[in-house]
Write a protein that binds this ligand. Sequence first.
Ligand code: GTP
Length: 346
Amino acid sequence: MANTTNKPTVDVHVLTGFLGSGKTTLLKRLLDEYEAQGKKAAVVMNELGDVNLDGLEVESEVPMAEMLGGCICCSIRGDLSMELKLLIDEHQPDVVLIEATGAANPFEMIDGVTETAMYTPVELKSIIVVVDGPELLARSRSGGQTFKLMKEQIRSGTRLLLNKADRLAGEQLVEAEQLIREINGYAPILATVRCAVDSEWLGGIVAFGEAIELHGNGNEKEHSHAKEHVCGPACDHDHHHDHAHHAHHSHEHVMALTHYLSQPVDSHQFEAFLKSLPDNVYRAKGVVTFRDSETASRFLFQYAYKETDFMRITPQGKVHDVAVFIGEHFSREHLLQELAQLETNE
Ligand SMILES: Nc1nc2c(ncn2[C@@H]2O[C@H](COP(=O)(O)OP(=O)(O)OP(=O)(O)O)[C@@H](O)[C@H]2O)c(=O)[nH]1
């Protein structure tokens, strides 16, 4: 990713998985590993309740933002990007780990994290899903809303842990693994007990970061967050509120690309570029400076389903020129080439 700002890009990893699946257990392992490697990690925690019990398990010197009383993906989605920015500004970590409540929909969070890229250099590197093995098998037999949410989480993962393997007999372990593979055909699966990942796995995350490539099986062409969202008692938001505008795409092999623009661009060329985006880029947004407008004005742009929208902004504080693209199976190289062209065209 081109980051033309002078700040280093902060890696972001999302840890998700069903309630009690082992996310905090994994978080602690990752934090220990970052510490061992001399990297500074910060944490965003989201709990459905009003107290952050998991946070108590984390060493007090780790910078932490707590988002309580709701679920990151819907009620406080906008806040996620703000929390991330504040946390990064204040503590300048190398990496941020977001532990999302068992009810959070990962696809909504991708939006929240990528939005942060407009304000500060961040890159979403992976979505790690901790799957509760015994619970998955039990829920797959009973079906229902919870199983749907579990499938949704598994589909979104770039890395999957089949956890609580100690509570699965040999053939159950095979069955759980096959089930996960049917839901997500791409992401590596590792069976674990108490999220005890090996050093190779940890190295992939901690040392190299990994670029994101999200996957899904695309079976559900209509992804309705409202229908599949499962909330706890503390999550009292209206389940039928305005998810429609961002929740009607399938999630097959979802990818996100973040590019920091080094130059102002021409407004007509930029709009033509957005209009010519391939169908498999379904969402783009960001901040641009137009060189052909009088005072090199800044604009917030939105793109969804061939529709573009520009809004003149006068940012308070430092806002970078950045473009974020979300879609399926699109060519990063092709988009980067086109962007480079826009930046050089006079
Ligand atoms: N038997 C068994 N128990 C596990 C395993 N991994 C975690 N646990 C236990 O499961 C419980 C939940 O683990 P956490 O790491 O707190 O799970 P979580 O996903 O953070 O939980 P929430 O924050 O409530 O969603 C704890 O009591 C863990 O000790 C495992 O592999 N096997």
